[in-house]
Design a protein around this ligand. Structure first.
Ligand code: MF3
Ligand code: CO
Ligand code: CO
Length: 273
């Protein structure tokens, strides 16, 4: 199966969906405070998507082969939860770190993005993991161009994580995205430079590294969704949706509330108002 190259019309629709996904993260940020439950965060995001944005929360009832339908509208992955944390009664406490992963559908197109949030006062170690993982994502993004391969992205992400003594989760990866939530190609967050698929203008995929402070091994909880680190070490993840352009890339999930782009990124990034 081939990777879908988006038409100019599809790219225009993806710009809209992706900006809306990022807007949900900007909107929810002030609510991520000690005392809130992950279920409340899910509900507030759900209502904003459905009532204000008129978007569809893509996770709700999403059921890839081998999975039961996902029961909530966003993913909330706390501390040693790696990804796909299911919102519920858990109360966020000062010192927690949480990934909020938002995917909206607008006019049939998916915008997929996630960020880490520090709840109250996080430890130096937790902050550092979140910061380095953010840099990992941007090191991967900054590789994107028609002169690069998927292996260049994975290698850049992996090298940065491992240089800090962290490990990359292998079982989950970035993915093509568009009319489908998950499509080809798979974008691994590890690899060797110059290997794998060569990138082509019009490809749209996510880069969403999951980085563990300890070992890479993971396991799935009995809910059939939540992924945790086997050694209970902290885990962080960030995600953007990226378009390959003739000259390099365009990050589609930018928004005013996102953290600053790291200084090593040489491509000029125009953060939208
Ligand atoms: N948003 C996740 C990703 O980045 C996928 C979540 S699937 C769900 O690919 F069902 F758990 F929502
Ligand atoms: Co994704
Ligand atoms: Co996502």
């Amino acid at each position: 199966m081939a990777v879908h190259i988006k038409t100019p019309e599809e790219i225009a629709s993806m710009r809209v969906a992706c900006r809306l996904g990022a807007d949900v993260l900007d909107f929810i940020a002030p609510y991520v405070k000690p005392g809130v439950t992950t279920g409340e965060i899910d509900r507030i995001c759900h209502d904003f998507m459905v009532d204000v944005q008129k978007t569809i929360p893509a996770p709700l009832n999403y059921a890839p082969p081998g999975y039961k339908p996902y029961p909530k509208s966003i993913c909330t992955s706390v501390n040693h939860q790696v990804c796909h944390g299911v919102p519920g009664d858990r109360v966020l406490r000062s010192g927690d770190i949480v990934n909020l992963d938002i995917t909206v559908i607008k006019d049939g197109f998916h915008g997929d993005t996630s960020r880490m949030f520090l709840v109250g006062e996080a430890s130096i170690q937790a902050k550092r993991l979140c910061e380095v993982t953010h840099e990992c994502m941007w090191r991967g993004i900054d590789q994107v161009s028609p002169r690069a391969t998927l292996g260049d992205i994975g290698a850049a992400v992996q090298a940065h994580a491992e240089s800090h003594g962290y490990s990359i989760v292998r079982e989950f990866c970035g993915h093509g995205v568009g009319r489908k939530f998950h499509e080809e190609p798979q974008v691994l967050h590890y690899g060797r430079p110059g290997t794998g698929l060569r990138l082509t203008p019009g490809m749209i995929f996510t880069i969403e590294p999951m980085v563990n402070a300890g070992k890479a091994a993971i396991r799935e909880l009995a809910d059939g969704w939540t992924i945790v680190t086997k050694d209970h070490s902290l885990s962080a993840q960030w995600e953007h949706t990226v378009l390959v352009t003739e000259s390099g890339y365009e990050v589609l999930t930018l928004s005013p509330g996102m953290p600053p782009v790291p200084a090593f990124v040489k491509n000029s990034i125009a953060v939208p108002a």
